[in-house]
Ligand binder design. Structure first.
Ligand SMILES: Nc1nc2c(c(=O)[nH]1)N[C@H]1C(S)=C(S)[C@@H](COP(=O)(O)O)O[C@H]1N2
Ligand SMILES: [Mo]
Length: 453
């Protein structure tokens, strides 16, 4: 069930296929004796009355007295299950142990200045489980004692103010679902195909419900000059001296907030516990973790992470600066690179779409490399600046197919092809690659990352 990249749930008929609720498998299975299965299931139901007698003997036994094709009761149907622990934090099933975030081999020299990618191929819906949220650190992560952590608001304010985490948690709170995408997501594929799976091509995006306090509330409490203050500098407490300029307009809109919560609990240490900045729609680097200072100023700060890094090299040697918004983008997560389709027949093509400018309004899917497109179903909820899940039916005829998705957002922006993107941006950029992704389904059923012009 696994491959060397750990691409997760391959589309393969597992032994106890119904427990997965895996429609694709059921359809595949229908060609090989689904009727037998159904007959056995009915036989089992009909035999229900006989079960107590078998149970009384305390052993899993075939209820008809011997024919294993009819029904053998598994141990979990006749024995006592595990008890609740007196305390504990729940974990996924041991059968899901290949669902892991992963470092891309050889991408960086140290694990402290590195990335761990989210296994998008294994996820459903729009929320990334906190333990699978991608990680990007410039100087390693910390588990900071919240009772010692402080957030200072200074600069163009009446009086500098220092907040404890407890003080922030007493203020009026908001909870919102948003995606966070590293500006460098899909960076290695700018020039050509470089990595095999969606985990490595697109796994620097995640989506959570974040909870916290609008930054504007903290600025008001410090008496910030909201007329002349045009920008703030957000600073993190880790050794990377992560500092980013945030335009005051975004803060005044109420969208930017200081989060302490993620998916119903406190932030994970890897995600910036105990405080991080949430800047919806803007690239991940501005979501400063271990947030310790907000300085109000009247011009952009041109900090190292916005003057040297996180600039977009253009053809002709020019570069763009302060290109923070993550434009509309999408990717098919199943079928995707590294997965294997074991049989012809029905599949649910599924994927994720997002836009830093608002809601996703439409996703089209092609199975012939962009010649023909069909509009996918958007799964609810469709939220602004959050991941949106799409699904579309597909019957694979066993021939090679190139699967693509193309997202549109409420501003009318249409996700570009690689050709369209390179015509404007060249091939030497790192950040902000939102081109249409292509997955080649080969006759063998193996799925590969490809680029077509
Ligand atoms: N303090 C601090 N904040 C930081 C970083 C960091 O290294 N230190 N990395 C930034 C980058 S580049 C990204 S993409 C996101 C990653 O957030 P995550 O690790 O929660 O996925 O955090 C941003 N905030
Ligand atoms: Mo990033």
């Amino acid at each position: 069930m696994q491959d060397e990249y750990g691409s997760g749930r391959l589309i393969k008929a597992p032994e106890n296929f119904l427990s997965r609720g895996d429609v694709a498998t059921v359809w595949a299975e229908s060609k090989r004796g689904r009727r037998d299965f159904l007959r056995n299931a009915f036989a089992a139901a009909a035999a229900g009355a006989a079960v107590p007698a078998a149970l009384a003997q305390g052993n899993p036994v075939p209820v008809d007295g011997g024919d294993p094709n009819i029904l053998t009761l598994p141990a979990h149907s006749v024995g006592l299950g595990q008890g609740v622990a007196s305390e504990g934090y729940g974990k996924p099933s041991k059968y899901e142990s290949n669902v892991q975030r992963r470092q891309s081999p050889g991408l960086t020299q140290t694990t402290q200045a590195s990335v761990s990618f989210a296994p998008l191929q294994s996820l459903f819906g729009i929320v990334t489980p906190s333990g699978l949220h991608f990680e990007r650190h410039h100087q390693g992560w910390w588990d900071i004692d919240p009772s010692k952590h402080r957030l200072m608001v200074n600069g163009m304010v009446k009086a500098s103010k220092v907040f404890t985490v407890d003080e922030i948690m007493r203020l009026p709170a908001v909870s919102r679902f948003h995606f966070i995408e590293c500006g460098a997501n899909t960076a290695v594929d700018w020039g050509n195909v470089a990595v095999p799976t969606v985990q490595y091509t697109h796994g620097m995006v995640s989506c959570s419900e974040f909870s916290g306090v609008p930054l504007i509330t903290l600025l008001e409490l410090a008496g910030a000059d909201l007329k002349n203050g045009k920008f703030v500098l957000a600073e993190g407490a880790d050794g990377s001296s992560m500092t980013r300029t945030i335009p005051m307009e975004l803060i005044k809109s109420g969208e930017v907030f200081v989060a302490y919560g993620q998916n119903g609990e406190m932030l994970r240490p890897e995600q910036g516990y105990p405080l991080r900045l949430i800047v919806p729609g803007v690239q991940g680097v501005s979501w400063v973790k271990y947030l310790r200072r907000i300085e109000v100023g009247d011009q952009p700060y041109a900090a190292k992470d916005e003057a040297i890094h996180y600039i977009d090299l253009q053809p002709g040697g020019q570069h763009r600066q302060y290109t923070g918004i993550q434009e509309c983008k999408s990717v098919v997560t199943t079928p995707s690179g590294g997965q294997v389709l074991l049989d012809q027949g029905f599949y649910n093509i599924t994927g994720l779409a997002w836009s830093g400018r608002g809601k996703v309004t439409r996703v089209d899917v092609s199975v012939d490399g962009g010649r023909n497109w069909r509009t996918a179903r958007l799964q609810t909820p469709v939220l602004t600046k959050a991941l949106t899940r799409f699904n579309i039916d597909w019957v694979w005829d066993g021939k090679p197919a190139i699967i693509q998705s193309r997202a549109m957002d409420e501003t009318g922006f249409v996700q570009p092809t690689y050709k369209q993107l390179r015509d404007v941006r060249g091939t030497r950029s790192i950040y902000h690659n939102n081109a249409i992704q292509s997955w080649l389904v080969q006759e063998s059923g193996e799925v590969k990352n490809v680029q077509i012009s």
